[in-house]
Design a protein around this ligand. Sequence first.
Ligand SMILES: Cc1cc2nc3c(=O)[nH]c(=O)nc-3n(C[C@H](O)[C@H](O)[C@H](O)COP(=O)(O)OP(=O)(O)OC[C@H]3O[C@@H](n4cnc5c(N)ncnc54)[C@H](O)[C@@H]3O)c2cc1C
Length: 803
Amino acid sequence: MLQAGPGGAIPLESDPVTLNVCWPHLYQPLQSLAGVPSFHLPSAAAAAPQPSLWSGGFVPAHLSLCGSPSSSLKLLLCHNSAHSRHTRWGSFLCFSSAGSVSEPAEMDHPKPKVLPAGHHCPSLGMWALEAGSVRFSVPPSISRNSVMVNEPGGHGGPNPCLEGSSIGRESSKVRSRCSTRGLKPERHERLREKMRRRMESGDKWFSLEFFPPRLAEGAADLISGFDQMRAGGPLFIDVTWHPAGDPGSDKETSSMTIAGIAVNYCGLETVLHMTCCCQSQEKITCHLHKAKRLGLKNILALRGDPVGDQWKEEEGGFCYALDLVKHIRSEFGDYFDIGVAGYPKGHPDAGSFESDLKFLKEKVSAGADFIITQLFFEADTFCHFVKACSEIGITCPILPGIFLIQNYHSLQQLVKLSKLEVPQQIKDKIEPIKDNDAAICNYGIDQAVSLCQTLLASGLVPGLHFYTLNRTMAAIQVLKRLGMWTEDPRRFLPWAVSAHPKRWEEDVRPIFWASRPKSYIYRTREWDEFPKGRWGNSSSPAFGELKDYYLFYLKSTSPKEEELLKMWGEELNSEESVFEVFMHYLSGEPNRNGCKVTCLPWNDKPLATDPSLMKEKLLWMNRRGVLTINSQPNINGQPSSHPVLGWGPSGGYVFQKAYLEFFTSPKTVKALLQVLKKYEFRVNYHIVDVKGENITNAPELQPNAVTWGIFPGREIIQPTVVDPVSFMFWKDEAFALWIKQWGKLYAEASPSQEIIRYIHDNYFLVNLVDNDFPLDNCLWQVIEDTFELLDRPPQTDRDMEAT
Ligand SMILES: Cc1cc2nc3c(=O)[nH]c(=O)nc-3n(C[C@H](O)[C@H](O)[C@H](O)COP(=O)(O)OP(=O)(O)OC[C@H]3O[C@@H](n4cnc5c(N)ncnc54)[C@H](O)[C@@H]3O)c2cc1C
């Protein structure tokens, strides 16, 4: 037997030897090395093995070769993914002709499970054969290429991994064909373009300022609030920068982290404040690079307030915001949109209002795109400022900073910091109610509404900028009273989009993460290219490791352990007690602890489906241990404006295939497979266990479109697919959630934990797609037939098997 040596090298003798070599399907071999005469590596597809003999997604090849005494065979493998192309000296398995197997050498890629030749999961394979299923397989073992996916009937193109130079050409071609650019123009625009378009159309916007809280819990609350604020349609949000709070760090509470989350996970156009205070030029450059990496595209460039009484320039740093603007433009060109601060009454340190205005003009001339003003109390102050700006040739948008008076203390604080005078008429109103927070808050809302109305009527404001002080309710009330808070229930795509520029053209995702979009975004954050149009040409998407998923944000926004125990059961007695949890989640009814089950490990939020459409059926299935984690009804052309099912531009029609995804027991799977024979040409299925043994009747590498939309004057948009390759990555996450989120709530080896472990180890994850979307959804019938089969007396069952 020949052994793969360290680094995956196999020593060769001078006598010819025939080797059976195989490598992980995620990789393509590039070349052999070390004195081995050149040899031909058969194409992966040509070398496809007998399915039952191979497990773990390995691609085999038969090589006949010989070497000199010192030579060895070593394969340079190229990661075979559109998202992550890299090369590795890789591991491979090597068989002698007797079929014995060597261990794979280490490789820094998640290793697929490998069974020795001839071994496979006995039960699943047997049932598949019994049920006459089309194919029993493990994760796909041949790479998907552009011909198979994007060019039906075309010619086999070069392997993008082998011909680096063709990669760009291919993807731009695919992009020009498949891209749905223009689906929502704002998604592709930079902030200054959005402002310009809104100004041209007279469509006034609003934006919201937040500051990073001091504690992690506060950060989690703030981020949850972003989702709420997003619903009202702000043009952007901005996050302030406080030198004392380590603002550029990776801390949960840093300005950088909060702004990065707002862009990536909440899909908000975000402006990050940055000051020159206490920072060298190098440090600032580092922060800017980091902001760019995180997908931030807008900076509010500020000098910052002095730490002591007097402003002192940091050694090697900048003296004025102007220097920072110049620095950003010289180091980053036009990448960032830049905002700067303006002072309607002049900056307190300025020699005069006029000199301050002159410096403001310099900031704009150096490359600032818009101005946000310091707070002010009277509309005239702002109008006078805007006119003065215009007179000296400042033409960029000027956004009035609106301060919402919410309590006496915060007003005092702000006035002290900004060195502003509160007008007497406001003082007169506030002083008598200064100990009554609710009354002050109401007054603050009235005062802000009246100020904003006057500003809007002046015709001098393109939009309103609110200093929220992280209290969103008052801002929402003001905006509602102004008629500017317009919650549009229609979605741009069926899933929550990210605002990271590299994801601008992303318009298709696997359906599996529908209830965990943040997990999907996190796991794909390293991709530098996203599937577009038809799940692009991604053959083996390189999803980030599951362990990476437990990042601060996603952890901290989920309920605490005690709350989860109340929802999911302090003690589980049987599998049925788990079924009950699923049912309470679906019904929305309180459980026996009087507690509503608002989330499950696979569903971050309460059920969003229109109850009338699915709820009763889902409850019926879950009662019998078909534990649903994702589903959608079939739709045959509903208007895109439909309040629940609609998405995309108006005037279109949306379509869906019925989809069900659930965990269920081996017994149910066995019956289901029998039933599915009847639906072979109508229903596609994937059934997988925790070890990755997979049974499917779907084409191995072909995504199945399950949601699509047709819109006036556009290509068909197809935002969700059932993709067999991604399903194997999702399956790891879906199974792990049993243990990592649910099982871990209980004491080690306790009966409750054992029940969860039993389900994790034995249940199957199943997805079903009914392809006949214009007909009545047959998946309910599939499940009903399955239950009927399970309910038949045992002898009838045997008879059936015999037939
Ligand atoms: C909308 C807004 C957001 C803010 N966000 C933050 C924040 O997140 N974090 C924070 O710490 N602070 C923030 N501040 C406060 C701000 O940092 C302070 O007001 C600071 O004192 C001035 O910053 P600036 O960017 O306006 O400075 P600059 O524009 O540099 O002006 C500072 C002073 O220097 C003068 N000046 C400017 N250029 C020159 C020049 N070339 N030669 C001589 N004099 C010059 C100006 O007239 C002014 O008096 C914010 C202020 C506003 C209005």
